[in-house]
Design a binder for this molecule. Structure first.
Ligand code: SF4
Length: 370
C-alpha cells in the first residue's frame, strides 16, 4: 500500500494542479479513454480540482459497457441451454440484454457461474467432461492475453468441452472512430496504461500524427492522472501532437512480447460492434482459424438474434463523451446500480456508476435522493 499511497500524495497533487493551472491559457477538452481512469478522476474529485479551462471527457474504455447487446443476447441464449455451464466475471451478470440478464437466466435454472479467471472455467471443463463449459471473453487488450492462453491450453490438453464466447475490442480503432465523429470535441487523449503494458506504445504515433492529437500514456492513481493531464496541456499549448509515456513504471515501448505473441497466435483482427456506438472496422479480435473449434458462437450456432435496446438509455452518447451521465434524464431515477437500464450503470468501470457512486450529493435533491 505504501507504494500506491505515494501516488496519492496531496502535496504533490497540489503542485501538479498548480502547474496545470499555470500552463492552461485557454480551454482544452481531454478524453481519458479508460473507465478505470474515469473512476479515479470522479472518485478523487480531480475534474473538480482542475482549472475551469480543462474539461475531462469520459471515453469508451469500459469493457463491460461496450460489449454489444447482440453478444449479451448470445450469452443469454447459450447460458439457457441444457448441459451448459456458462462462466463469466461477475459484472456481466447484471448487464441488461434485450429481455433479461444472466442473473435472470440463473434464477430460471441456468448454470451460470462467476469465475475469477478463464483458467477456472477450463478447470470446470476438465472436471465436468459431460457438460459444455463456456467462458464469456470480453474486454480490451488487457484481458485478452489470459483468454488467449486459456484457449491455447485447451487445445494443447485436448479439452473438447470448453469454448470461448469472444467479444474482445481494441483501443486504437476506437480512438480513430472518436476522432472521425463529426461531433468530436476531443483535443487530446490520456491513453490507458494497462492496455499499453500489453501492447506497448507503437500503435499510437500514427494516430497522433493523422489526427494531430497528443496522446499521453497514463496510469490510474491520482498523481498519474494529474501528470498525464499536465503533459497533455503542455503539448496542446505548444501546438505539439506526440505520444508520451507518463507511466514508465509499467509500460515499455514494445509492450509485453510474450503476451503479444500469444494474442497473435490465437486471435485475428475483425470488425466489432461496440454497444451504443456501432460497428468500428477492425476494432476487435475473434479466434483465428487454428482455434475456431473453440468458438462458442459456432459451437452453439447462435446466429444474429433480434435485439431491442432500451429507448431511454443514452449510454452510447456517454461512451462517446457527448454527454455526462447526469445529463441523462433517467440518471438516478429510473436508472440506478440496483436497477440499471444500461451497462454504464452496471460496470465497476462504467461512467454512470462512477457518477452515481461519487457524485450524487452534487445533484439536485430530487435526483440525489431518488
Ligand atoms: S444513467 Fe442509465 S439510462 Fe442513462 S445513460 Fe447511464 S446507464 Fe443509460
Amino acid at each position: 500500500m505504501k507504494y500506491l499511497d505515494e501516488f496519492s500524495n496531496p502535496q504533490l497533487a497540489g503542485v501538479l494542479l498548480e502547474r496545470i493551472r499555470e500552463s492552461a491559457t485557454r480551454r482544452w477538452a481531454i478524453m481519458e479513454v479508460c473507465g478505470g481512469q474515469t473512476h479515479s478522476i470522479i472518485r478523487h474529485g480531480i475534474d473538480q480540482l482542475l482549472p475551469e479551462t480543462i474539461e475531462m471527457i469520459h471515453g469508451p474504455g469500459c469493457p463491460v459497457c461496450v460489449t454489444p447487446l447482440g453478444m449479451i443476447d448470445k450469452a443469454l441464449d447459450i447460458a439457457s441451454q441444457p448441459g451448459v455451464i456458462f462462466c463469466s466475471f461477475g459484472d456481466m451478470l447484471r448487464v441488461p440484454g434485450s429481455s433479461k440478464d444472466l442473473f435472470r437466466v440463473k434464477s430460471e435454472g441456468g448454470d451460470v457461474r462467476v469465475v475469477y479467471s478463464p483458467l477456472d472455467a477450463l478447470e470446470l471443463a476438465q472436471a465436468n467432461p459431460d457438460r459444455q463449459v463456456v467462458f464469456f471473453g470480453i474486454g480490451f487488450e488487457t484481458t485478452a492475453p489470459a483468454n488467449a492462453m486459456t484457449v491455447y491450453q485447451a487445445k494443447r490438453l485436448g479439452i473438447k468441452n470448453f469454448s470461448l464466447l469472444v467479444s474482445h475490442v481494441l483501443v486504437p480503432p476506437a480512438i480513430a472512430a472518436i476522432m472521425e465523429s463529426p461531433d468530436c470535441r476531443v483535443q487530446a487523449f490520456l491513453a490507458a496504461g494497462h492496455v499499453c503494458t500489453v501492447m506497448g506504445t507503437r500503435e499510437y504515433p500514427p494516430l497522433a500524427e493523422k489526427y494531430e492529437v497528443p496522446v499521453v500514456v497514463t496510469g490510474f492513481e491520482p498523481l498519474d492522472i494529474l501528470e498525464g493531464i499536465r503533459r497533455t496541456v503542455i503539448q496542446l499549448e505548444s501546438g505539439r501532437h506526440e505520444v508520451e509515456n507518463a507511466y514508465p513504471r509499467a509500460v515499455a515501448e514494445a509492450g509485453n512480447p510474450v503476451a503479444k505473441q500469444m494474442l497473435e497466435d490465437v486471435f485475428e483482427v475483425t470488425d466489432r460492434a461496440w454497444r451504443g456506438i456501432g460497428v468500428i472496422p477492425r476494432s476487435g479480435w475473434r479466434l483465428s482459424d487454428r482455434y475456431r473449434e473453440f468458438d462458442a458462437e459456432q459451437r452453439f450456432a447462435v446466429g444474429d438474434l433480434q435485439t431491442a435496446e432500451s429507448s431511454i438509455c443514452r449510454s452510447g452518447e456517454v461512451l462517446q463523451g457527448l454527454i455526462k451521465p447526469h445529463e441523462c434524464a433517467a440518471f438516478g431515477k429510473q436508472c440506478t446500480p440496483r436497477n440499471p437500464l444500461g451497462a454504464t450503470m452496471v460496470s465497476s468501470e462504467g461512467a454512470c456508476a462512477a457518477y452515481y457512486l461519487y457524485r450524487r450529493l452534487d445533484l439536485p435533491a430530487e435526483v440525489a435522493h431518488a
